[in-house]
Each structure stands twice: as C-alpha cells, then as structure tokens.
Design a protein around this ligand. Structure first.
Ligand code: CP
Length: 328
C-alpha cells in the first residue's frame, strides 16, 4: 500500500496538545486523515503501515470513544496494541507513572497513549521516556485528537474552516475539549465564541482568542456550528450550579432554541458522552443536522493519521536502541 498523504516532513515525536502546533501541522494531520478515511472505506480496511510497532493505551480515566478508536486505529495500521487501565496495573500497588512506562519500554513499546486526570501528565511523561507520547486527555488541559476530529468533521461537512463561526457551549472551565477546540479553530481561521454560566467560565477567558457570552441565544445566533459540552461533575470540587434542571433550562440546546435563534442549517457537534436532556435534548442530538456519530467515525481516521505521523517521525527511529546504547 502506498502510505496516504503528501510530502511535508513530520518532525514531532509527541502529540501533547494543539496549542503548540502550527496551522500547517494541523492541516497536515487532517489531510493524512482524509487519506486514511479512504482506507477505512475499503472491503479490507487495513494496511501494513505500522507492522512491527507496539502501542500501549494507558487510560487512568474512563473512556469509551477515545480508547476504542485509538485501539482500532492501531489495529487498522497493523500495529500491536496493549490496553492498560490504572485499576488493573501495579499503579494500585504504588508504582509511579514513570516507572510503569519504563517497565513497558523495557519490553520495547514504541508509543504510549495516555489519558490522565492530572493536567500536564503526558508532558511530564514525554520528558522522561523514549517512546512517543500521545495525550488522550489530561485533566482540564487538552484533548488534542478530539479537537482534530472535530475540525476534520467540520471541514468535511462544510469544505473549509476559515471564516466559520463556531460556538462552544457549556462547562468551559473544566473542558479540555473546549481548550483544544479553541486553539484548532482559531489557528485554522474560524471565529470562536464560548458560552456558559459565569461559574463555569475560566478566569482567563479574556486572554483566549474567543468572544465570550453568557446568553445562549446570542451564542447560537448566526453560527455555522455549535459544539455542545457536557457538565463535568467529576472535576467539580464544589457546586458550580444551583441544579442540573436550572442549567438545562438556561443553557440546554433544544429544538425550540434552535428554531427561534439559530441558522436553519446549523451543525450540531458534541464530543460525547452525552447527557440527554441536560446540555442537549434527544431530538437535537439525534437530528439530521447533528454530526455527533460522524465525529466518532472520523476519530478512527484522525487517530490513524496521528499514529502514523508520530511513529514515522525521524525523531522516533531507533530511539529505544540509542537509549540502550547510552546506558551500556
Ligand atoms: N470524547 C471523549 O473523550 O469520549 P470518551 O471519554 O468516551 O473517550
């Protein structure tokens, strides 16, 4: 198989966030993903591109979409995969994250995909290990592959990102998806508005490349797409809202809200998991104009592109052997 994609070289060994990426790097990943999406449409959706590579999915927080689509992406590229969760590893016996990964590296793994509740955990790891590290969501910081699949889905649907008006609505403070999306959309030339209750808006919102509103009707007005976020109760140490009912009444995305204030062809996005009848009504989540499941489908192609690019980077070649030689 010819490896999909163009000629631009790829230099990065790790994918830790969207903020450090240049526009051309984001576009390069999207273009690669487009080619891999074609592979996924074939009768046998598998290529030998990463044969011989070993990828560890290390998830210290719950996940349905991200973990399975990374695993599927690795399998579609013929890599070997291992799945580890914090509760099923020697983490529970007190082994540190770095020691855990060093032990896995001793078995010659090439990449670690890490989801962790601590913001910065993948960065900490990337400084200490020789394998590639991919951030699969770190605390309230970033979720880069989610943003990549979101902009990929928007680009696929509309044909461009530049000039689009996108509102991100919900629990902005606790959302790594919001942060990564803001950077991806801004770098690709979209106009981004964030909206949510004041108690769920970060203090540094004014420093972000976004418009801010606390009125959901204003947020949805004239927008090409709405990215609706879940209230992250698991990250909230205190109550930020009087009640979920109150939140739903003021910020929930319903058919009535859209009919009264949004463009008729507005695109509805949600990273999942959905809390139906809280941040989004079932009718909106399941409507024709919702691309929520298309986002999930595209997640596999995006993650194939990320695995392929990072493991093909010259910075990865022979890194394990080089470290072993240095130690001798
Ligand atoms: N969007 C997302 O990260 O979903 P999971 O938590 O199921 O991986």
């Amino acid at each position: 198989m010819n490896t999909p994609g163009g000629q631009m070289g790829w230099e990065r060994k790790h994918l830790l966030g969207i903020e450090p990426l240049e526009k051309k790097e984001i576009e390069h990943i999207l273009d690669r993903a487009e080619a891999f999406k074609e592979v996924l449409s074939r009768a046998i959706p598998k290529v030998p591109t990463l044969r011989g590579k070993t990828i560890v999915n290390f998830f210290c927080e719950a996940s349905t979409r991200t973990r399975t689509s990374f695993e599927l992406a690795a399998k579609r590229l013929s890599a070997d995969t291992l799945n580890i969760t914090a509760s099923s590893s020697s983490f529970v016996k007190g082994e540190t994250l770095t020691d855990t990964i060093h032990n896995l590296e001793a078995m010659k793994v090439d990449m670690v995909i890490l989801r962790h509740s601590a913001s910065g955990a993948p960065h900490f790891l990337a400084e200490r290990v020789t394998s590639s590290v991919v951030n699969a969501g770190d605390g309230m910081h970033e979720h880069p592959t989610q943003a990549l699949l979101d902009v990929f889905t928007l680009r696929e649907k509309v044909g461009r990102i530049k000039g689009l008006k996108v509102a991100i609505i919900g629990d902005i403070t606790h959302s790594r998806v919001a942060r990564s999306n803001i950077w991806a959309l801004h770098k690709l030339g979209a106009e981004v508005t964030i909206c949510g209750p004041k108690t769920l808006m970060p203090r540094y919102a004014d420093d972000l490349p976004v418009k801010v509103t606390y009125d959901v009707r204003e947020a949805v007005k004239d927008k090409d797409a709405l990215n609706v976020l879940r209230i992250q109760r698991e990250r909230q140490e205190k109550a930020f809202l009087p009640s979920m009912r109150e939140y739903s009444r003021k910020f929930g995305i319903t058919e009535e809200l859209l009919a009264g204030h949004a463009k008729p062809d507005v695109i509805i996005m949600h990273p999942g998991p959905i809390n139906r009848d809280i941040e989004i009504s079932p009718k909106v989540a399941d409507a024709d104009y919702s691309v929520i499941l298309r986002q999930v489908t595209n997640g596999v192609a995006i993650r194939m592109a990320v695995l392929y690019l990072l493991l093909s980077s010259k910075k990865v070649e022979g890194s394990f052997e080089k470290k072993a030689q240095k130690k001798e």
